[in-house]
Design a protein around this ligand. Sequence first.
Ligand code: ATP
Ligand code: MG
Length: 174
Amino acid sequence: MEKGLLMVFTGDGKGKTTAALGMAMRSAGHGFRVCVVQFIKGSWKYGELEAVKRFGAEIDFRVMGRGFTFKSDDIEKDRALAHEAWEYAQLAMFSREYHLIILDEFTYLLNYGMVGQTEFLDVMAQKPENLHIAVTGRSAPHAVIKAADLVTEMREIKHPFKEQGILAQKGIEF
Ligand code: ATP
Ligand code: MG
């Protein structure tokens, strides 16, 4: 039986975004088209975007947002960007062009109320049957976990920043 899955990678340990990107690579390797909608947090220049430009003909990579934090200086602008990103995600979903769509850091939009949980779940319930969707981000809402087909929680056991004060390193964190 084949079924498009709603997948969630959540938890406070490292590996959520990279797990989703690994799956993007796997799908692309089979010649399937993938769409990544990445909501950036902060100002890192992520290696994955450059990799896709160089090697990723099958992957459409769209970076949106400008960092979602409590200390946002312009909440209205954040809301508008979140709305734009969500609209884009829905266009991608119903375009039927993709085998897999990754909504990276999307839990933040849900947790900050920038995209309504009910609306999000209603749209997910109507997604094309064979489309796979992966949502990443910390603290996935319970309702999203309940609706998902696959949920993995990355649990932190050790992190080099916490134990050793090692800051983010190129190629590993960004
Ligand atoms: P990655 O993008 O490496 O797969 P992630 O998507 O699971 O990580 P995010 O919550 O998006 O993690 O956090 C972004 C970055 O913050 C990661 O690169 C990660 O190394 C770092 N990070 C994650 N957990 C911790 C932690 N407990 N302490 C410090 N930094 C962390
Ligand atoms: Mg992430």
